[in-house]
Write a protein that binds this ligand. Structure first.
Ligand code: PLP
Length: 371
């Protein structure tokens, strides 16, 4: 089945006695045993598994062409279990512009147990020089936050295969509809489902999808079930509901993202536009080869520095000035002030998440704010 069809049908695992077309929210924390002590419904206790979560994991794993998926209570919890499943002393190579929450995890939670180097992963020919005898993983993020850098996923996969490393890829900005890292050679795909997968800025969640159920994956499943950072049945229900429209929402985000990028690129008050769909993006060709659309995320540098940038985010009327991304409503933020004093993000950078409002309204809002 094609993704649009999978998204709608593959999570309908529930056999209803009352003929429900849509699965109910299964709130029970515990499940009945039979006389032999088994679990005829397939579930024992809802931290371990729950019907809504099982359905969500099935859809996500099929959309990403994986063998299995684990969902978590947040994207950060999903990413953290990837690091927790590694042996102490392991060395990880991660991008210099890695999602700041994961960089913080490595530096503050795993500082005594893991080694890591943050490098420019877009320079694929230089990566092998950073490998050490204890390197076990390359972590990529594409497109990246907030500079929309593109990592050549097949090129990284060639390196990880040659050196027998795990290749994990944060594909949050692309969603499972625009990019499938496992098909491009990754071992594990990570999503913050808080973003496009949820799509309505009302549920926090994270997901990992694996290309194969191996020993490393079993460790991650164990961390999910025993660590316990699991999503609630209601969270899973909301995400399943959102996924049904994901393909169509992504088409709208891509359309509006591209139109905003083209408008802003010509605007005299804008210094630079970072959007992988533009021909002027230095890695546009790689993006076009590995993505089916360029998404709704873009960043701009405003002429006049931090004062001008803050003026713009304070002058919009339709865009909400807030962090996060991927919802139906357009968001705008002065990124450096979100990331704090030690950020490398340029002070005149504004990050935009193009929502699903009419593009004419979004353009006129930015036009008035820039003027
Ligand atoms: C938001 C985000 C995360 C973290 O997800 P949470 O759901 O906020 O915990 C990780 N990676 C990227 C690229 C993100 O945008």
């Amino acid at each position: 089945m094609k993704p649009e069809t999978l998204a709608i049908h593959s999570g309908n695992l529930y056999k209803s006695a009352t003929g429900d077309v849509t699965p109910p929210i299964s709130l029970s924390t515990t499940f009945l045993r039979d006389e032999q002590g088994g679990y005829p419904g397939g579930h024992m206790y809802s931290r371990v598994s729950n019907p809504n979560r099982t359905a969500l994991e099935k859809v996500l794993s099929e959309l990403e062409h994986g063998e299995d998926a684990c969902t978590f209570s947040s994207g950060n919890a999903a990413g953290m279990s990837i690091f927790q499943a590694l042996k102490p002393g392991s060395h990880i190579i991660a991008p210099d512009d890695m999602y700041w929450g994961f960089k913080k995890q490595l530096q503050s939670i795993f500082e005594y147990t893991l080694e890591f180097d943050f490098i420019d992963l877009t320079k694929t020919e230089e990566i092998e020089a950073f490998l050490k005898p204890n390197t076990v993983m390359i972590w990529a993020e594409s497109p990246s936050n907030p500079l929309l850098k593109i990592t050549d996923i097949p090129a990284i996969a060639a390196i990880t295969r040659k050196h027998n490393l795990i290749f994990a890829c944060d594909s949050t900005f692309a969603s499972p509809c625009l990019q499938n890292p496992i098909q491009l050679g990754a071992d594990i795909v990570m999503h913050s489902s808080t973003k496009y997968i949820g799509g309505h800025s009302d549920v926090l969640g994270g997901a990992l999808i694996t290309s194969k159920r191996n020993e490393y994956w079993e460790k991650i499943r164990n961390i999910q079930q025993i660590g316990g950072a699991v999503p609630s049945p209601f969270d899973c229900y909301l995400l399943l509901r959102s996924i049904k429209t994901l393909s169509y929402r992504m088409q709208g985000h891509c359309h509006n993202g591209m139109a905003l990028a083209l408008f802003l690129e010509k605007h005299p008050k804008i210094e630079t536009v970072y959007y992988p769909g533009l021909n002027t993006h230095p890695l546009h060709k790689i993006a076009a080869a590995q993505m089916t659309g360029f998404g709704g995320m873009l960043s701009i540098l405003v002429k006049g520095g931090v004062t001008e940038a803050k003026k713009v985010v304070n002058s919009v009327k339709i865009f909400a000035q807030a962090t996060s991304l991927g919802g139906v409503e357009s968001l705008i933020e002065h990124r450096a002030s979100v990331e704090g004093p030690d950020t490398k993000t340029p002070q005149n950078l504004i990050r935009i998440s193009a929502g699903l409002e009419h593009i004419d309204d979004l353009i006129s809002d930015l036009e008035q704010a820039l003027n």
